[in-house]
Design a protein around this ligand. Structure first.
Ligand SMILES: NC(=O)c1ccc[n+]([C@@H]2O[C@H](COP(=O)([O-])OP(=O)(O)OC[C@H]3O[C@@H](n4cnc5c(N)ncnc54)[C@H](OP(=O)(O)O)[C@@H]3O)[C@@H](O)[C@H]2O)c1
Length: 349
């Protein structure tokens, strides 16, 4: 186990950071991470600041102390891989500084997602975009917005039919706002029909994910995406109601088969955090539901990594469905870990 790569998690005390700790507790490629947070948790043990008690974090990691994340201290750590769950306001500059110093950064934060030199990768959707960062030296690989990741998982099986436009309404979990997130009196018995900057992220990130690599950068796909983003009183799991208009008509059977048969590189490589079935199609009318389906994904260490698609309806060239993904696992930490597994397996780190 000693030849495992050395890792660090920035923002380890947050809801995404704790999911990183869970996924890296006993990873076959990556050693348990060193932990970094703000001055608030600096010096404390992870067990003292835990907000997701059900996260399956090893005893060793729970007893690890969190250091204050300043770029110089992190650089000195000499890590093979740095996973970032830093807040927007500090992530942009710190990640660029670390990449410039030769660090390989896999981030969940938004500031660098649309940079030309940063691939925005959902492993099953556009792993080929990782070619942008091949060739040694430091780099940033970004995860998408948590709803964009779920939407991309739901759309990818339809790409073979050509996707002209997408209309999506999201029902996003409270944990999507981090901890402590939305005040309880605003959230309980309520739906908030607006999340700042979220709709723009879906509009811009999905075409980049479905774009093509040309001369070392990504050319976004010409796909129109319109979104309405809402916050609902659900703890974990973003549900999205999607209408996709295809380039041409497809039969209901062909569309259902496209979802059922969908597999991608992480499955071909049998990567540790890859779900064996990345998109699960359910025929039950009352599914997917966050309470029942948010942890979809097998084997055990890929729990929360599968997207569940249901309510599939096909009429001519219009496909309607509901997709559910775990926002802090598939939509954040798990997506980053799977990206790092691909890069590692392909010799990039
Ligand atoms: N929540 C989601 O579903 C989700 C999904 C996709 C992407 N993201 C993105 O992932 C990132 C983390 O989100 P989150 O939901 O985990 O947020 P969170 O629960 O608020 O956690 C933020 C983390 O950042 C640390 N931090 C805050 N200020 C810092 C500073 N000045 N220096 C160093 N560390 C600092 C915090 O440490 P302390 O606890 O010590 O203050 C904490 O560990 C954000 O960029 C978010 O947009 C979140």
């Amino acid at each position: 186990m000693s030849d495992r790569l050395r890792t660090a998690v920035l923002g380890a005390s947050g809801v995404v950071g704790q999911r990183f700790c869970e996924l890296l507790s006993a990873h076959p490629f990556f050693a348990p991470p060193d932990l970094y947070g703000s001055e608030r948790s600096g010096g404390k043990r992870l067990s003292e600041v835990l907000t997701i008690p059900e996260a399956r974090i090893s005893g060793e990691l729970l007893e690890s102390r969190i250091a204050h994340a300043d770029a110089a201290a992190v650089r000195k750590g000499g890590y093979d891989i740095i996973f970032s769950a830093l807040p927007t306001k500090i992530a942009g500059d710190m990640e660029l500084e670390l990449a410039a110093a030769g660090c390989r950064v896999f981030t969940n934060a938004s500031p660098n997602r649309m940079r030309r030199d940063v691939p925005l990768v959902v492993p099953e959707v556009n792993h080929d975009h990782l070619s942008i960062v091949k060739g040694g030296g430091g780099f940033i690989v970004a995860n998408g917005n948590c709803s964009a990741i779920g939407l991309a998982m739901g759309l990818k099986p339809l790409q073979q039919f050509g996707i002209r436009s997408v209309e999506v309404t999201t029902l996003q979990a409270l944990s999507g706002a981090g901890y402590p997130g939305v005040p309880s009196l605003d959230a309980l018995s309520n739906v908030i029909p607006y999340i700042a900057e979220e709709e723009e992220k879906l509009r811009h990130e999905i075409p980049k994910m479905f774009g093509t690599v040309e001369s070392g950068t990504v050319k976004s796909a010409s796909m129109e995406v319109n979104a309405t983003c809402t916050r609902v009183p659900v703890r974990e799991g973003h549900t999205e109601s999607v209408t996709a208009v295809l380039d041409s008509s497809a039969s209901a059977d062909a569309v259902a088969a496209a979802f059922t048969n969908f597999r991608s590189l992480p499955q071909e490589l049998s990567l540790p955090t890859a779900p064996t079935v990345p998109v699960i199609l359910t025929q039950e009318n009352g599914r997917p539901q966050p309470l029942l389906d948010v942890n979809a994904g097998e084997p055990e260490r890929a729990r929360g990594m599968a997207a569940t698609v249901g309510r599939l309806r096909v009429a001519g060239n219009t496909v309607r469905f509901v997709v559910l993904t775990h926002n802090t696992i598939r939509g954040a930490a798990g997506g980053s870990v799977l990206n790092a597994e691909i890069v590692h397996r392909q010799g990039g780190v």
